[in-house]
Design a protein around this ligand. Structure first.
Ligand SMILES: Cc1ncc(COP(=O)(O)O)c(C=O)c1O
Length: 451
């Protein structure tokens, strides 16, 4: 690790991207698929440490996106790097589908300890979020003998064909792929700021029950017999859909529906899990107990690993039913075990405390700027929604894009989510000093972007 003191502010010395970055962007445009949904700004990363990312031209950025909510322990945390290095020197791969190694039960045991499922659990290992979701879907079908699912508008669960059947945050994810692979019905999510049932903004959270009523009194009485529904898949805080935390009553309502009809509640914690919301899992904020929980992103501090953790009684499928060559690779598991240790030691607490400090600062900016219509979130999963004015609350997606771009030009990495929201998903090591630097840039950029 470098012994140079970390910078205190971003340092931008070239046009962005700089000359070296530009060459890489051009090569990428020629040889790499154009299907990646990249934003208008072009960050060409070379190295990173903690919350600071240096591009190939030597520009230094404050990272408040963490590689899309992945680098939970900060970039290249020295203890994570050591754990990875030690493991690579001993055993890189063996294929857990056919052989045994201690890392698999070690992490599965640890997950059993930390997931909010009271019954004993078992874990299936994957390489990504979408694969963890595929596992959950297959498992739910296998365990219930049913094949229909309920998911929510604006949700994001991945892009492989099964998970894509659930995903509904942007039409670009669907265009060209014809019918859904799976039988999924989408229901409005309880997004109180923009109530899908036009019930207005409520203070007692009762209107979020519109979605519950929709499932019970419309869906189950018209197109989906409840006894044919295998699972309801939900994010407690919608991620790609715009960083929207659900009201508790809505999630508890889903739990009740599942209990009444033998439906499995699949809680997707791929983005909201691993300390991001100030608790290990977002569902803990809601006293919500899933039957199946999916994990990826933040668990590996950047190494590719996903997990589907389920009640052990559900996982009584036979050898061959589901497996993956690389899933649960020992190096990725070493990174995950070290990540969990760091989260438990200090980073979940920091996510809650410094996340609250960040959210307070953003709320002050909301009072100052008429174009901020909402600031919401839990821990370090915070959404800032841009509008034309507080009076009209009309979404302002172009302004959002401009602010995202201009922040980058000033050395602050933040990323859009949903149509008109900026997400703040920094590494969980972010300090108050980092927050002050980030907020100062954000504030100045908002003022400048309005003119
Ligand atoms: C909630 C959620 N589920 C699933 C996924 C898919 O994860 P991956 O991109 O690793 O396949 C994502 C990715 O953003 C996500 O946010």
């Amino acid at each position: 690790m470098s012994t140079i003191a970390p910078p205190k502010k971003p340092q931008i010395n070239t046009a962005l991207p700089g000359p070296l970055g530009q060459k890489i962007v051009e090569a990428d445009a020629q040889f790499v698929t154009p299907s990646y949904p990249r934003p208008s700004f072009k960050l060409v990363a070379d190295r990173a440490e903690g919350v600071w990312v240096t591009d190939v031209d030597g520009n230094v950025f404050l990272d408040c996106n963490a590689g899309v909510a992945v680098c939970s322990t900060g970039h290249c945390h020295p203890e994570v790097v050591s754990a990875i290095q030690e493991q690579t020197a001993k055993l890189i791969h063996m294929c857990g589908t056919d052989y045994y190694y201690r890392q698999m039960p070690d992490l599965a045991r640890k997950l059993d300890e930390i997931v909010p499922i009271k019954a004993p659990t078992r874990t299936h290992f994957a390489n990504s979020g979408t694969e963890a979701i595929e596992t959950a879907l297959k498992l739910a079908m296998h365990a219930t003998g049913r094949e229909k699912f309920i998911a929510f508008f604006n949700s994001f669960h991945g892009r492989t064909l099964g998970s894509l059947s659930l995903t509904s945050s942007r039409v670009a994810q669907r265009r060209g792929f014809r019918r859904q692979a799976l039988d999924v019905t989408h229901v409005p999510y309880a997004y109180c700021l923009r109530c899908p049932f036009n019930l207005g903004r409520c203070d007692d959270n009762s209107c979020c029950l519109g979605s519950i009523d929709w499932i019970e009194n419309r869906l189950f009485k018209t197109t989906m017999p409840p006894e044919e529904c295998a699972g309801i898949v939900v994010e407690c805080v919608q991620g790609e859909g715009g960083y929207v935390p659900a009201p508790k009553e809505f999630l508890q309502g889903l739990r009740r529906i599942c209990d009444e009809h033998g439906i499995l509640l699949i809680v997707d914690e791929v983005q909201s899990g691993m300390g991001r919301t100030g608790k290990m899992f977002a569902c803990e904020h809601y006293d919500l107990e899933p039957d199946i929980i999916t994990i990826a992103k933040g668990i590996g501090s950047g190494l590719p690993i996903g997990a589907c953790v389920a009640r052990a009684d559900l996982m009584d499928w036979k050898p061959g039913a589901h497996a993956s060559t690389f899933g649960g690779n020992p190096v990725c598991i070493a990174a995950a075990l070290k990540t969990i240790e760091l989260l438990e030691r200090e980073l979940i607490a920091n996510s809650a405390e410094t996340g609250a400090y960040l959210q307070d600062g953003l709320k002050k900016l909301m009072q100052k700027h008429d174009c901020i219509g909402d600031v919401r979130g839990l821990g370090m999963m915070i959404g800032v929604e841009f509008v034309e004015s507080k009076k009209t609350m009309k979404p302002a997606p172009e302004l959002r894009d401009k602010i995202e771009y201009n922040c980058f030009e000033r050395g602050l990495i933040i990323l859009g989510a949903g149509a008109n929201t900026i997400r703040w998903s920094p590494p969980l090591i972010l300090t108050r000093e980092n927050v002050d630097v980030g907020l100062e840039i954000f504030d100045e950029v908002i003022s400048a972007s309005l003119s």
